[in-house]
Design a protein around this ligand. Structure first.
Ligand SMILES: *[C@@H]1O[C@H](CO)[C@@H](O)[C@H](O)[C@H]1NC(C)=O
Ligand SMILES: *[C@@H]1O[C@H](CO)[C@@H](O)[C@H](O)[C@H]1NC(C)=O
Ligand SMILES: *[C@@H]1O[C@H](CO)[C@@H](O)[C@H](O)[C@H]1NC(C)=O
Ligand SMILES: *[C@@H]1O[C@H](CO)[C@@H](O)[C@H](O)[C@H]1NC(C)=O
Ligand SMILES: *[C@@H]1O[C@H](CO)[C@@H](O)[C@H](O)[C@H]1NC(C)=O
Length: 589
């Protein structure tokens, strides 16, 4: 009996909950309908929301919250975002000037020596012609910025142009005097995250970059010159962005608590209002039609105002039509390899030297150690098996056995008494990995023949490995090749226009990072951080194009975004560094 009585009550409260369910919507408005009586778009939007409040039965419940305005947008996009119930949304659709509304979607970052490779040089061409991007402002909509990075110091930068309207917004661990003549603006947007996660505590409530992604992207586009940087000895040299004299403004819209289109849209809208020349957006968002995609609409609004919008293609390759967004009016950037390889040099006791892939993040001492090749042990597929290998030597492991993935292999080796490993593998995927926690080199089955021959036939086989080698050129593979993960066209949103537009370096790109984030490891439990790190993805390719666009804009201030895009596409080099047009399919690099 009690059960039966309880039932209607449960049903009733469920019903109330369902009808009171509220979420954030991005609302596109036609501003030409704004009645003259309103002094600003903000007043119009809040009055529109007030007017729908009294509609429907929700107003009968005094405890029911009213529609809540989250952001108003007025520069790249006309409209607002608001927390609404479905009834309120229906009422809103009948309001004057309403165009469309979209539930707030999720956005994600597109990550998984470049300047020389792009044929930029200091003697002739676009670098000197543009004065290295002097005075062009690149807005980076991402995870914020690490302002103390040497890449953002303002040595050599001139006074900030008076047209700049941005600010250096103070926040948690971010003081408003952290900006300078290089990093001229920093702002953060997290109202969308807060509405989607009521009561959430934002861990770093400021423009400070807690992930490192935004710092990497910004320094790739327009980092200043920094001597003597490397990734634990690899890729050593002077770091600089593609446009080292361009200025940067950071708009933090990605949060460890979540990332939403309403915040990204707020960042883009503000960047347009602040006066950026280039927008660099290394993010993925929902797959919808262009007219239903607020980011695409905002990119259109920005382009109309003369701002070039550079966006990453996404990392959903290598299959056909994996490009979701393909915004026709933006420059959509694919990611390719560069002509730089990280290596360890293996020298056998007989003098033969072999270059293998390595990114072991330290100068390990592996000199004249006993080399063991034993077919039984070469699977290297358990710590027990490896305990039978001679202590303190170098072991040859055959990863082509396929019984062991690299991740496990590193774990077994790290738990053994073996000092270093020579890993035979055909898996070129390893050439993209930045995880290399054990002293070793990866060599091809072809090169392995010499090693096995020597190890099997010498009375006292020995070998040495030199780490931290960086090699430039066409070996072992021609470059660029489209990265396996780079999304392929045609774009699903509109296949009528060929996308992506252009490819730029996006595999193992060295750039500035959050210096407290783990970027590498040694063994099973030593974690390392670094001021500069290697990252891969179209996220890394996009800021290269933002930088090139800044150079063109500096050299030709009167060029429209379309003219700049056209100039980049028609002068891009269609050949790789062996003067061939095409890379074989199926290379997963
Ligand atoms: C920012 O930090 C500097 C140095 O610690 C300090 O002198 C300055 O007063 C701070 N500015 C603000 C706005 O807090
Ligand atoms: C150590 O190995 C190198 C080759 O890597 C060789 O030139 C050298 O003679 C070796 N030294 C000893 C003491 O065996
Ligand atoms: C290791 O590899 C050998 C040879 O391929 C295989 O017989 C054995 O089952 C593997 N052991 C494990 C733990 O995977
Ligand atoms: C290879 O290793 C196995 C296992 O430890 C051992 O039984 C065998 O004798 C080794 N073979 C050679 C040629 O050393
Ligand atoms: C490595 O393993 C593969 C697959 O089992 C095998 O075909 C190849 O001969 C092995 N290579 C060596 C050097 O043992």
């Amino acid at each position: 009996m009690g059960l039966i009585q309880a039932f209607p009550f449960l049903l009733c409260s469920w019903f109330l909950l369902a009808s009171a369910e509220r979420s954030t919507y991005i609302v596109h408005m036609d501003k030409s309908f704004m009645p003259k009586a309103f002094s600003s778009h903000r007043h119009w939007y809040s009055s529109t929301l007030q007017s729908i409040k009294s509609v429907g039965f929700t107003s009968l419940d005094a405890h029911n919250p009213s529609p809540k305005l989250v952001y108003t947008y007025d520069h790249a996009f006309h409209g607002f975002s608001a927390v609404l119930s479905t009834d309120e949304l229906e009422a809103l659709k009948k309001s004057t000037g309403f165009l469309s509304a979209y539930p707030d979607g999720i956005v994600t970052p597109d990550t998984t020596h470049t300047y020389k490779f792009l044929s930029l040089n200091t003697a002739t061409g676009i670098w000197p012609a543009s004065e290295y991007g002097k005075n062009v402002i690149i807005g980076v909509v991402d995870s914020g910025i690490w302002p103390e990075s040497p890449s953002f110091k303002d040595e050599g930068m001139t006074e900030i142009p008076s047209r700049w309207k941005g600010i250096c917004q103070a926040g948690e661990e971010f003081n408003s005097s952290l900006c300078n003549k290089k990093l001229i603006g920093a702002r953060y947007f997290n109202q969308g995250v807060r509405e989607a996660n009521p009561g959430v505590t934002i861990t770093l409530n400021s423009a400070r970059d807690d992930s490192g992604h935004g710092t990497h992207v910004a320094s790739t586009a327009a980092g200043n010159y920094v001597d003597g940087v490397s990734f634990f000895g690899y890729a050593p040299g002077t770091a600089r962005g593609v446009a080292p004299r361009a200025r940067l403004a950071a708009y933090k819209v990605l949060w460890s608590e979540g990332s939403y289109e309403s915040d990204a849209l707020a960042g883009i809208d503000q960047a347009v209002a602040d006066g950026v020349d280039i927008l660099s957006i290394s993010l993925s968002y929902r797959n919808t039609d262009l007219y239903d995609n607020p980011i695409a609409i905002a990119a259109f609004g920005a382009t109309e105002k003369g701002i070039l919008v550079s966006v990453s293609a996404g990392n959903r390759g290598p299959n056909f039509a994996t490009l979701l967004e393909g915004i026709p009016w933006a420059v959509v950037v694919a990611s390719g390899t560069v002509d730089r390889w990280f290596a360890g040099t293996l020298t056998l006791g007989n003098g033969l030297s072999i270059t293998g892939w390595s990114l072991f993040p330290a100068r390990a001492t592996v000199r004249n150690l006993t080399l063991t090749y034993n077919k039984t042990l070469s699977a290297c597929n358990s710590t027990e098996l490896l305990s039978e290998a001679p202590d303190g030597g170098i072991i040859v492991c055959n990863q082509s056995d396929e019984t062991t993935d690299f991740f496990s292999l590193w774990r077994y080796l790290s738990g053994s008494n073996v000092r270093a490993a020579i890993i035979i593998s055909e898996d070129t995927g390893i050439l993209r990995s930045d995880t290399f926690p054990y002293p070793g080199v990866v060599i091809t089955p072809e090169d392995a023949k010499d090693v096995i021959n020597y190890a099997s036939n010498s009375a006292d086989p020995q070998a040495s490995i030199e780490f931290q080698q960086t090699i430039l050129g066409t070996e072992p593979r021609p470059a660029p090749a489209v990265s396996g993960s780079s999304s392929r066209g045609p774009g699903r949103s509109y296949p009528g226009i060929l996308k992506p537009d252009i490819m730029a370096p996006g595999v193992l790109i060295l750039a500035a990072y959050n210096p407290y984030t783990n970027v590498a490891s040694i063994g099973n439990n030593i974690l390392l951080s670094s001021d500069y790190t290697l990252l891969s993805g179209t996220s890394m390719a996009c800021p290269h194009i933002s930088g090139i666009a800044a150079l063109l804009k500096a050299a030709h201030p009167d060029w429209s975004p379309t003219a700049i895009r056209s100039a980049m596409m028609t002068t891009a080099n269609p050949l790789d560094n062996t003067k061939k047009t095409h890379q074989r399919h199926g290379q997963r690099l």
